[in-house]
Design a protein around this ligand. Sequence first.
Ligand SMILES: *Cc1c(COP(=O)(O)O)cnc(C)c1O
Length: 376
Amino acid sequence: MQTMDEIVDKLVSHYVAPLHDYNAGLSVEALKKKYNVSKIAKLGSNENPFGTPESVRKVLNEMHNLAHYPDPGCHELKVTLGQRYDTPPSHIVTGNGSEDIINMLCHAFLEDGDSVLTVTPSFGLHILYPESHGANVIISQMTDALTFDIDDLTQKLEHIRPKLFFIASPSNPVGCTLSSVEIDQLLSHQSSDTLFVFDEAYFEFAACEDGYCDVLEKLKSSGKPFILLRTLSKAYSLAGLRIGYALCATENMATYLNKVRLPFNVNRLAQKAAIAALADAKHLEKTLIWNKQARAMLFNELTKLDLNPIPSQGNFLFFSTSMPSVNIAERLLTKGVIVKPWAEKNYTNYLRVSIGTDEENQHFITSLKAILNETG
Ligand SMILES: *Cc1c(COP(=O)(O)O)cnc(C)c1O
């Protein structure tokens, strides 16, 4: 007799069965319960440390009727985004977080055995979602100095001609960005078989740095197919509501994505909150100024501890230790600090820490120093 588990194991898609779980980290509630700690520094998911801005809380408080479905087309939000980024609303796709759009992209464009190119260390879903749709994911490993290996990428773009090419800039977890010259190099090796998926989840943090290359402008003027992904989860503080968007090269690209989109994927609260958050220039400015200052402070502290942080344009730092990072992360948890230990092959001594409030950053540094002292 077959057990129920054996039957289910036979029924499940053979793309899905071997996937490993996405590591979404611990919540504050789960951590409090597990280690009985009261003070928590949640620095594992690159969230905005200032919380929900007053402007967003105000519109949410006014939403009394949630009995109606949301606008499936997110019309008002697309008009707002379209004006801001000089893009027709018909070229914009909205998602339940930008991760939702990554999934739509894979669903809409990938077939059995198609090739996808991406970089490691990387944002896990750039690998997981393509694999779940049966694609063959080809990896370009970053250089030893943790910069994009442009020669390797251009060679792979030219020879493999992948259907999708996923790249995040600023990179998550490293924090480095592609320069204008590097983007040109990648674009010049992009064949007509490849859709360039540029994930700019940390756009706002990078755009306020000197020398930021206007990625959208560059992609638009390239005349090649692209999709630029952005989110309101990071700089705009809306991770808990789930809202991200894509700016597509053409209207028909957006049309194809919309065919596989769940009709009501972006809820009413998220649509309203996103418009309010985009209008709140003060909250964004405060976030960006603090991020830059606190990131420099943390960078210094990590450097003093010989942990080799990589210069970052995001709201996080990636650094290496002399032991498996899961051990350090686990001990940080006992002290109430949540960070992200990297699990990808070759990077298992690395940790990623988000830039928090002053109190959270101090809590992290003090706890980390204590752990490094204990272990010698
Ligand atoms: C956080 C992040 C996302 C996902 O953001 P959501 O909009 O919250 O789904 C996508 N890409 C990268 C690189 C990220 O770091």
